[in-house]
Design a protein around this ligand. Structure first.
Ligand SMILES: NC(=O)c1ccc[n+]([C@@H]2O[C@H](COP(=O)([O-])OP(=O)(O)OC[C@H]3O[C@@H](n4cnc5c(N)ncnc54)[C@H](OP(=O)(O)O)[C@@H]3O)[C@@H](O)[C@H]2O)c1
Length: 347
């Protein structure tokens, strides 16, 4: 008989209504076989090490009322959270993976995961960097920063760049990529601690706490961009994007990576300044990182030397699996400082 283990897991208890709450999740146990069953030709069993907390997961938790159902078919209640993570292969019948391999890609929020088929699982080749980075810097967050900045915005030296939610998993990298390109970079974030990190640790030219500037976000932007913004890397949307539009320079580019302020609203913010897309001849592009996976090898070739030689830093906020409901809910209120990672087991 196959050896089995008791595996802690995080389940969706309630469909979310508004921003996710800790009480929407339940920590429970399941039993996982450590052997891939006979006949499951591509099956792998994973021991999970780190999990990635990502904002898009809320779409999958909104239940049948979700307006994103066409793009993101949701999960049934009681199912384990599915996401990206870093894992060790415990058993494999898939010829691409062997026992002991370290991988990143799809998994479940559990200590052990059995995947009969894998849509996305990548063997980790570079192990001289922290493995947790494959949830963020070397994972979807990093590729998003690379694609959304270089591919979508085509930045040039000397251009001015604004980044919202700048201390998050993606924003902190966009800022550093922009500095490496020779741009002037300012970010917004939700606390003094985050603003200090952006300026003093990550090399941003400026940063401000948008919560202190709520009355007139446009005035804050004007202080940092007296001559206008060439590139807006948008993570927040809503009122933030609306305040940015009149400040955009002629032929500016807006990379719509995310609109996190809108994800859990039943009535989304109205926008007053969309006319500036025309007046300033702006290019505004929404995009999805999964459409750019072919650029992953190019991205790694670009970013790895910068990380190894300490020109790019990465701020992570790591919590244990028991605290994952709190940590996940926290990304919608800015509790996380840097990439929110869940640690399941030691490397
Ligand atoms: N297009 C794609 O393929 C793609 C890929 C990856 C990520 N994304 C999107 O990119 C954005 C950034 O992702 P991330 O992984 O970097 O984020 P993250 O690390 O999870 O951080 C999210 C941050 O957003 C800020 N935030 C949350 N709710 C907010 C609100 N209502 N108003 C203003 N700020 C708010 C908070 O920081 P503060 O303390 O600063 O408020 C929070 O820490 C998200 O919108 C995400 O969905 C898109």
């Amino acid at each position: 008989m196959a050896e089995t283990v008791k595996s802690k897991q995080v389940l969706l208890k309630n469909y979310i209504d508004g921003p996710p709450k800790e009480s929407d999740f339940e920590i429970n146990y399941t039993t996982v076989s450590l052997k891939v069953p006979e006949g499951a030709e591509n099956g792998v069993v994973l021991r999970n090490l780190y999990l990635s907390c990502d904002a898009y997961l809320c779409f999958l938790m909104q239940g049948p009322r979700s307006t994103r159902g066409d793009t993101f078919p949701g999960w049934p209640l009681g199912s384990p959270i599915k996401g990206f993570g870093v894992s060790e292969v415990v058993d494999s019948r898939n010829p691409k993976f062997s026992k002991g391999d370290l991988v990143w890609g799809e998994t479940l929020w559990q200590e052990y995961t059995y995947l009969p088929e894998q849509r996305f699982l990548v063997k980790i080749e570079h192990k001289d960097v922290p493995l947790s980075y494959y949830t963020g810097l070397f994972g979807m967050s990093g590729l998003s920063a690379y694609v959304g900045f270089f591919e979508v915005c085509k930045p040039k030296k000397g251009e001015t760049v604004f980044i919202s939610a700048a201390s998050g998993a993606v924003g902190q990298l966009v800022g550093q990529f922009a500095k490496l390109t020779g741009c002037y970079v300012v970010g917004s974030a939700g606390s003094k601690q985050k603003v200090d990190i952006l300026v003093n640790e990550l090399g941003f030219d400026g940063a401000f706490n948008y919560k202190e500037e709520e009355k007139d976000l446009g005035a804050a932007l004007k202080r940092y961009f007296p001559d206008g913004i060439d590139i807006d890397f948008e993570n927040v949307g809503g009122k933030t994007l609306d305040a940015v539009l009149p400040l955009m320079k002629m032929h500016g580019r807006i990379s719509v990576c995310g609109v996190i302020s809108q994800y859990n609203l039943s009535v989304r913010d109205a926008m007053e300044n969309v006319a500036f897309v025309l007046y300033r001849r702006l290019t505004m592009k929404g995009w999805q990182v999964l459409d750019y996976m072919h650029l992953y090898p190019e991205f790694i070739e670009f970013v790895l030397p910068h990380v190894r030689e300490n020109r790019i830093k990465y701020v992570e906020d790591i919590v244990d699996l028991d605290r994952s409901p709190e940590a996940f809910a926290g990304i919608y209120s800015g509790r996380n400082v840097g990439k929110q990672v869940i640690k399941v087991a030691r490397d």
